[in-house]
Design a protein around this ligand. Structure first.
Ligand SMILES: Nc1nc2c(c(=O)[nH]1)N[C@@H](CNc1ccc(C(=O)N[C@@H](CCC(=O)N[C@@H](CCC(=O)N[C@@H](CCC(=O)O)C(=O)O)C(=O)O)C(=O)O)cc1)CN2
Ligand SMILES: [Zn+2]
Length: 751
């Protein structure tokens, strides 16, 4: 077996440095282009990535890390797990990803603790696993034609089945993987990477036994490539000895999130993830080299801690960043350069371990100066170090919570103040983000539209949204968030301590991307952010307008965060800024304030041992943000994903007067769980991710179900999430049906 290359990355961004894939996908979906054109763009992006990685000097090039939508969906296709309802669709792949008229898409949920979403494998008794290796084989051949030997990356059998809640199907699925390995061997592939991130979570004894079974079986095959099992997003813990006991030749460890294990891995290759794929900070060569030197294995390969798909392409595209911040940053390209530089250092030579933290950047060719030489900063080279000349961190005071009266007192004050009808109809905040609004923001950035001209357009859009809601008959209105490019980036742009990028796009799902802000310093709010827009909206109508804020956990979860402070302290700083916003909205006459916290579950630590502590401070931060509101101000919160089961007590602990939560597609389960809260509840009545317009009957039956489960005076009627990705045409038709359904039920209840 040929030895593993000296340097590699576990995966790479694929949306394109200028979001070429996003544009190609949307053109194809809109019928402005063809599948062939989409394929052409994909091939171009793959070629570009291999070429760039090779140019940067990386030895081990991955393939099959590209996807036109999602790598988990690709794995379902690879294994033949395509539910029958999609088989006769015009394009089954995208029918699974996005649904069609009459066909619901696969369920989508968060990839571990990231803001990336995957499509959940739908595995049932009727699923017949059958290998379709076209994609990985095709990419190997495609790269070879360009002169590159690659290592195909495939999601591993155990993680795939755990994501699909079908580990009992291991035997069948292993048959497919075995066939895949034979096919790759026949193709002359030297190494294959099987990703098993699920192994960094708490695994039961039978799940660990499945790991052993899987890799004993695949490992004992005759003709096969070298097996590299990659773990990431944490430590393998008890799964490491299990994996080490199987014949796999290489094991990937996340040495950013976890320590170098004590386990003696002699006989194995360790692919050491010392360059973080989850943040944007330059790597400290001292720390990385010390970790590399400490690994006890027969061979140590330098790598990233996970795929680089979670970071933007290149800092080179961001000339406008403040130089002091920019100097600390490494995006995908720069991280590859770091991997290559580290692989060139002599970290395995005797005595190197002792050099440890003394090693500075200048000793590693390619790091561009020692850590301490980086302009304006001091410290060991990690991103979050406080810049010289700034006040050091103001630690938040005690976590205040529960200043508000008990719910019953608040509810009475709110009922009197707001006088809402039963089953009030509302939305989650955003209305369609039109091309005109996006173009207007781009025009301000390029200097062709004045700030005043832009604000005028935003006000006009707010008026349009208010009038539309009045016409449709909604009860609690929103301003529609037209001034926001994104619910997190917008706040980051108005807070001190954050930097934002121009082209730092990271894929969130399918063609949808975000530019995660960079939280590099102490956070504070120089001036009010949202009150003027909310006040403007309220001035246009007699109906209550709900103010709209993003919660502290979500702002931090969807940003790249300094790592020199405990996450808790960073979140509490953000909570204080949100608290000021709540106060200002209230003072501006806004009686209902929604503070969204859709990322509450996302930051939940993957290991149970750390979860309680997280939930305690996360809830405390939310209450710190919202508890400044008076009793008659109604606080709403919103969470999207329905996999809320693990955090129900925490959601309850937020103590919001009203909780709106995704529910349309997971119905009864979530309803049963959250109905115990004893406060207002708005389970979503339709899925906003699909262009489909729900009928009034369908909405009515969902509301009926909710009314049967809890006291009617606590029930709210609303969609699953914000409407920003939909068109006005879809939104008008859908909301009209929602109002019709609510009114029918109201009549029936005699209210
Ligand atoms: N941060 C974040 N994470 C989240 C969510 C979210 O809303 N925000 N929602 C959940 C689902 N994830 C989502 C992620 C992204 C989008 C989304 O709609 N993203 C937009 C981009 C939003 C944005 O930043 N828009 C900017 C820039 C838009 C743009 O592309 N401008 C053009 C120029 C304008 C023109 O001429 O058209 C360009 O740069 O080329 C703006 O509106 O200003 C997209 O991919 O299309 C939706 C949901 C979970 N995670
Ligand atoms: Zn949402």
């Amino acid at each position: 077996m040929s030895s593993f290359p000296t340097s590699t990355v576990l995966g790479y961004p694929r949306i394109g440095p200028d979001r070429e894939l996003k544009r190609a996908l949307e053109a194809y979906w809109d019928g402005r282009s063809t599948r062939a054109e989409l394929e052409r763009v994909g091939a171009e992006l793959r070629a570009r990535t291999w070429r760039r990685l090779a140019e940067l000097g990386l030895e081990g090039l991955p393939s099959n890390t590209f996807s036109v939508y999602d790598q988990v969906l690709d794995t379902s296709v690879l294994l033949g797990a395509v539910p029958s309802r999609y088989r006769d669709a015009a394009d089954p792949y995208f029918a699974m990803a996005r649904g069609t008229e009459g066909r619901a898409p696969l369920r989508m949920t968060k990839w571990f603790d990231t803001n990336y979403h995957y499509l959940v494998p739908e595995i049932g008794p009727e699923t017949e696993f059958r290998l379709d290796a076209g994609k990985p084989l095709g990419e190997v051949r495609e790269a070879r034609a360009l002169g590159y030997e690659t290592r195909p990356v495939v999601l591993g059998p155990v993680t795939y089945l755990l994501l699909g809640s079908a580990l009992d199907r291991l035997d069948e699925v292993l048959g497919c993987y075995a066939e895949l390995l034979s096919a790759l061997a026949a193709e002359g592939v030297a190494w294959v990477q099987l990703d098993e991130p699920a192994l960094v979570g708490d695994r039961t004894a039978s799940e660990l036994a499945a790991v052993r079974t899987a890799y004993e079986r695949l490992g004992s095959m005759g003709a096969r490539p070298g097996l590299f099992v990659a773990s990431y997003f944490g430590s393998l813990g008890e799964a490491l000895p299990v994996l080490a006991g199987t014949p796999v030749e290489a094991i990937g460890l996340d040495l950013v999130r976890g320590p170098v294990p004590e386990t003696d891995l002699t006989g194995k290759t360790v692919v050491a993830g010392v360059v973080s794929g989850r943040d944007v900070w330059r790597t400290s060569p001292g720390r990385a080299l010390a970790a590399l030197a400490a690994v006890r294995a027969s061979r140590v390969v330098v790598s990233t801690s996970c795929s680089l798909q979670h970071v933007p392409y290149s800092v080179a595209a961001e000339p406008e960043l403040e130089p002091g911040v920019r100097a600390r940053l490494a995006f995908a390209e720069e991280k590859v350069a770091e991997v290559v530089a580290l692989a060139g250092a002599d970290f395995l030579s005797p005595g190197f371990e002792n050099a440890g933290y003394e090693v500075t950047g200048s000793e590693v060719a390619g790091f561009g100066g020692t850590d301490s030489e980086v302009a304006g900063f001091e410290g060991d080279g990690f991103g979050g170090d406080v810049p010289v000349g700034r006040p050091s961190v103001a630690l938040p005071g005690p976590v205040v919570a529960g200043e508000r009266s008990p719910y019953a007192v608040r509810a009475a004050a709110q009922a009197e103040h707001l006088s809402l009808p039963p089953l009030p109809v509302t939305t989650i905040g955003s209305f369609p983000q039109t091309g005109e609004l996006r173009a207007a923001r781009a025009a301000v950035a390029s200097g062709t539209l004045s700030q005043a001209g832009y604000e005028h357009r935003v006000e006009a859009e707010i008026e349009r949204v208010i009038r539309l809601q009045e016409r449709l008959g909604l009860d609690v209105l929103v301003h529609g968030e037209p001034e926001r490019n994104d619910m997190v980036q917008y706040f980051a742009e108005h807070l001190d301590g954050f930097a934002v990028t121009r082209l730092g796009w990271v894929q969130s799902y399918g063609s949808r991307c975000t530019r995660p802000p960079i939280l590099y310093g102490d956070v504070s709010r120089p001036s009010p952010i949202t009150a003027r827009w909310a006040a403007h909206a309220q001035s246009l109508t007699d109906k209550p307008v709900k103010g709209m804020l993003t919660g502290p956990v979500t702002i931090v979860a969807w940003s790249f965060v300094r790592d020199d402070l405990p996450l808790r302290d960073v979140v509490l700083q953000v909570a204080d800024a949100v608290r000021q916003e709540v106060r200002d909205l209230e003072a501006a006459g806004v009686s209902i304030i929604q503070v969204d916290e859709p990322a509450l579950r996302e930051l939940l630590p993957l290991r149970r041992a750390a979860q309680a502590d997280y939930l305690e401070w996360a809830v405390a931060a939310y209450r710190r943000a919202t508890s400044g509101a008076g009793d008659r101000t109604q606080i709403h919160t919103h969470l999207c994903y329905s996999d809320a089961d693990q955090i129900l007590d925490a959601i309850d602990g937020l103590d919001a007067d009203v909780t709106t939560i995704e529910s349309a597609r997971s119905g009864a389960r979530i309803l049963g769980a959250v109905s115990a809260f004893g406060r207002g509840l708005g389970p979503g009545v339709y899925d906003i991710h699909s262009p489909r317009v729900p009928s009034a009957e369908e909405v009515e039956s969902l509301v009926r179900r909710t009314v049967a489960a809890l006291p009617v005076e606590r029930v709210w009627v609303n969609p699953d999430c914000g409407l920003k990705t939909r068109t006005y045409e879809q939104v008008e038709a859908s909301l009209a049906n929602v109002v019709t359904a609510a009114r029918r039920l109201r009549d029936e209840l005699g209210a």
